[in-house]
Write a protein that binds this ligand. Sequence first.
Ligand code: BDR
Ligand code: CA
Length: 324
Amino acid sequence: KRKVILDVDTGSDDAIAIMCALLSQELEVAAVCTVWGNTEVEYTTDNTLRVLTQMGMDIPVYAGASTALVKYLSKERCVDGTCKAVIDGKEVRIHDEHLKLPEAKYQKKSLPAPFFYLDYLAEATEPVDIIAVGPLTNLGIALSLNPDIVSGIHQMVIMGGGSMAANVTAAAEANIWHDPEAAEIVLESGVNPVFVPLDATHEAVITKDEIAGLRENGNFCSRFAAELLEQRMAVHNAIQPLHLKDSATVHDALAVACVVDGSLLRDVREESVRVCFSGAGEGHLVMDRREKREKANCRFAYSADREGFVRYLNRTLGCPENKS
Ligand code: BDR
Ligand code: CA
């Protein structure tokens, strides 16, 4: 099994991603780090603990950063309807009583997430993949305190950025826009991450009929995911471009899925990327397209296998009892 650490700002698609990671036969989740982003870190941590409680899996949870490294964002920073898409109690309501998550039975650890990374990665005896699906603040802090921890990371997969697509502003994707400086630290660190950007996640949408199919799978995880996805679809129908109509993005789950099956990402290219910090392009990933460009510092997925991803979701969320 592949050891993974999740870095999440749970978040409805984060919740689905956590369930996918826990239920994927191929993965072993060593820890979950939480970060601010979709909402405040107290909520993203509580939401995460509630997902784990529902799954009956007492995996260590380390709460992390509550703000970006540099920029200040007020608590009302909500970007659009999906921004505060927490699982319960805020904008996203679970309509079906049977699909409410239980109160958290487990406690977060006292060590803050960046320090967990410092300890864990310095002592790691086997390779670990980090799947980061929120702002990169925790990783930015850890990497700036000890750049050597890069050698403890087998692979870092980041849901973030976009080349031809944006969501939070005309130029930027939310996870990168929330903490551009942290993203730049990660890019400069030499970790050579795999980006699962909006170009890929907008391709790998789940349609209305497929969401209905997921609900029919019958068990809690697939019905819970279907409930969240229906609400994401409603938001998409209200605010997103036409091509996402009657479908939902599941951004963060694609980042988990591609660790299980790399072929779900398509058109993956080596790129040399920098982050724009200010102005209209704040949070935008700038690709060096010059002939004599800077050395590549990441791999960037321009597309994804939509049908393969939906099959993964069905198979993984639909069969919790198969996890050994
Ligand atoms: C990303 O931003 C968050 O709102 C989602 O959870 C996802 O990680 C998509 O831009
Ligand atoms: Ca997220």
